[in-house]
Design a binder for this molecule. Structure first.
Ligand code: TUI
Length: 320
């Protein structure tokens, strides 16, 4: 069995978060992961308060034990971020994870409400600022991840954030098996967050075409688009992402035209199953995922593998 201080901090059995993925991380997936002993996370994405309130209530109804912790991921670029920030307080959500921006203006009210706040950070400076504001842990997310990405890799970001703050650090970006968990612990993290790995969970309601694209992905099949717009996003290569990439390098095309081209693309892929014209956000570890299975098995298998690796971790250490 593997236990880290993150298990004590949040009251979870396995130190693993399921990433908050827009259009994907709903009450079904979050409750399955929390029921399996990890921290399931509902994505508030760009949705309004009614949607988020509904998912929180559905998640609670699907939890085997009402006291099982779960989280809500607030995407700070959402036009509904202010509304959702209040809803997590009203609904007594145990854990809030933030992404794609600074949650500064909400921090104190969340802390006062007893919410454990765990921001995703792309750098040491941001990690330090959020520690000062009262974050109880941070997720250090490397650019191997899917969706909105920072500049640094998981391998370089995690140890630097570990050195920069005293609060627990959770590693994210490129982790899809027990080797990634073991490596994260070696880098000083006390937990992991996985998004792409849970895309092919049985309980994940993303369109089956999207799941199949993850299962078929090869190592070099992701691409980062959106750098020109200041919002780099990693997704699988397809007609949509290749065209997006081309448009960015065409100076005769305006930012507005690019934004218009990208609008609604994730929904198209995740809900309608259009894997040609839709955006398939995914991390570089997509090619390491070969099966669809229940969240419980995903978590159990990953930790069993990590435990085996960690038991043998001193095999290259000799006495002289
Ligand atoms: O947020 C994510 N991943 C996401 S959000 C998302 S929705 C979206 N769609 C289109 C364009 C942009 C977003 C899809 N995937 N991961 C967490 C994350 N947070 N990665 C990087 C950051 C981050 C970046 C800057 C956190 C804080 C930050 O602060 C800088 C500042 O000064 O605002």
């Amino acid at each position: 069995m593997i236990r880290t201080p993150l298990c004590e901090l949040l009251g979870i059995r396995y130190p693993i978060f399921q990433g908050g993925m827009a259009w994907i991380s709903d009450a079904e997936l979050a409750s399955a992961v929390s029921n399996a002993g990890g921290l399931g996370v509902i994505s508030a994405m760009n949705a309004n308060g009614d949607y988020v309130r509904g998912e929180i209530s559905r998640c609670r109804s699907l939890l085997k034990d009402a006291n099982t912790p779960f989280g809500v991921n607030i995407m700070l670029m959402s036009p509904f971020a202010d509304e959702v920030a209040q809803i997590v307080i009203d609904e007594h959500v145990p854990v809030v994870i933030t992404g794609a921006g600074m949650p500064s203006k909400y921090m104190q009210s969340w802390i006062d409400a007893g919410i454990k706040v765990i921001p995703v950070v792309p750098s040491t400076a941001i990690a330090r600022r959020l520690e000062r504001m009262g974050a109880c842990a941070v997720v250090a997310e490397g650019g191997e991840s899917g969706g909105h990405v920072g500049d640094l890799t998981t391998m370089t970001l995690v140890p630097q954030v570990v050195d920069a703050v005293k609060i627990p650090v959770i590693a994210a970006g490129g982790i899809a098996d027990g080797r990634g968990i073991a490596a994260s612990f070696m880098l000083g993290a006390v937990g992991v967050q996985c998004g792409t790995r849970f895309l092919t969970a049985t309980e994940c309601t993303v369109h089956p075409n999207y799941k199949q694209k993850i299962l078929d992905a090869r190592d070099i099949d992701t691409i980062v688009t959106g750098k020109r717009l200041g919002h780099p996003v990693r997704s699988l290569k397809n007609k949509f992402s290749r065209r997006f990439y081309e448009m960015e390098y065409d100076t005769s095309i305006t930012d507005e035209e690019i934004n218009e081209f990208g609008a609604g693309s994730l929904r198209k892929a995740a809900r309608d199953g259009d894997v040609v014209n839709g955006g398939l956000m995914a991390g570089q570890c997509a090619s390491m995922i070969h099966d669809e299975k229940p969240s419980e098995e995903i978590i159990r298998d990953m930790f069993r593998e990590a435990e085996e690796i960690l038991r043998g971790a001193s095999r290259f250490v000799t006495e002289d």
